[in-house]
Design a binder for this molecule. Structure first.
Ligand code: CP
Length: 313
């Protein structure tokens, strides 16, 4: 059976993967483990960090990399038995089987469409992709999860506070557009598995899926949730009660200097890209407590650890 990197449950020992990513960073590991192998990275949505860090990580283990953007690919049909007389030109099973015959590993980014909550929750696109792939598939952010980001986030926590169980607050923040739940779901899943005390704060109606947040404290008062946190992870996600619609009238949830004074020792994290002075103020992002650039830097070592792990499996 082919091993994929879909979520935390794809990994036998997440703790050792975090440690390995830190070792790779500390020793600036370069290897030939992927020599004569190729990874295809397919982006159905935009990316800066995921694309470049995964590409560079693959080079660092000696792999060749091919990138494909959505504009270059055919529109893929997912439904089994579909009569393909519409706008979809190729069935995903044909595309994935062909791709698998060309390369040794595939990464795929396929965001939530934000049209139908139950359809997005099924994560059908990447699950169908993995079903037909005969080589390992890496989730570069699916409709539901972003495990490479979360692994880098856990690497960042471990690097700052080795071996410590932390008070981590995941806070919702405003955004002019509706965004997927993937980063928040995945962060909750990895932080809870790592044994951190996770508090999630968001306005009423923005609840995340309990399968990822089970074990976290849900606190609807943002200021209460921020008090005495060691880590403040800020992220927008769209409403679960008015799914796919931008939030209105919630600008007071911005993370600003006044709020982070409630947790003067906390490190501030965001996965980026971030809308400055809408989600988080410049003062917070550029301030002493911000670790956003190290967090983004750690994407490289997280990706390298995952690729190495899949090459060895
Ligand atoms: N954080 C993250 O996944 O960034 P990109 O969307 O730029 O890849």
């Amino acid at each position: 059976m082919v091993r994929h990197f879909y979520d935390i449950n794809s990994v036998n020992n997440p703790e050792s993967l975090i440690k390995r990513a830190l070792e790779i960073k500390q020793s600036q590991v370069r290897s030939n483990e992927g020599k004569n192998k190729t990874i295809a990275l397919i982006f159905l949505n935009p990316s800066l960090r995921t694309r470049i860090s995964t590409q560079e990580a693959a080079y660092r283990v000696g792999m060749q990399v091919i990138c494909l953007n959505s504009t270059d690919a055919w529109a893929w049909e997912l439904k089994e038995g579909a009569i393909m007389d519409g706008d979809k030109s190729e069935h995903i099973k044909d595309a994935v089987r062909v791709l698998s015959s060309y390369v040794d590993m595939i990464g795929i980014r396929c965001f939530a469409t934000l049209k139908d909550f139950s359809e997005d929750k099924s994560d059908l696109f990447i699950k169908t992709f993995m079903k037909y792939a005969t080589v390992p598939v890496i989730n570069l952010e699916s409709a539901v999860l972003h495990p490479l980001q979360s692994l880098a986030d856990m690497v960042t926590l471990e690097e700052m506070h080795p071996g410590k169980k932390l008070n981590v607050t995941l806070t919702w923040a405003p955004h002019p557009k509706a965004l997927p739940h993937a980063v928040a779901n995945s962060f909750a899943q990895w932080a809870l598995r790592a044994g951190h005390q996770l508090t999630i704060t968001h306005p009423d109606g923005f609840e995340l899926d309990d399968q990822f947040t089970h074990g976290a404290t849900i606190e609807y008062n943002q200021k209460t949730a921020l008090q005495n946190a060691n880590i403040i992870y800020v992220k927008n996600w769209c409403s679960s009660s008015d799914y796919g619609q931008p939030a209105k009238g919630l600008h007071s949830w911005i993370l600003d200097e006044g709020k982070i004074r409630l947790a003067p020792n906390a490190s501030i994290m965001h996965c980026l890209p971030v809308r400055r002075n809408v989600v988080v103020t410049d003062g917070v992002l550029d301030g002493q407590q911000s670790v956003i650039y190290n967090e983004a830097h750690n994407r490289l070592f997280a990706a390298q650890a995952v690729i190495e792990n899949l090459l060895n499996s």
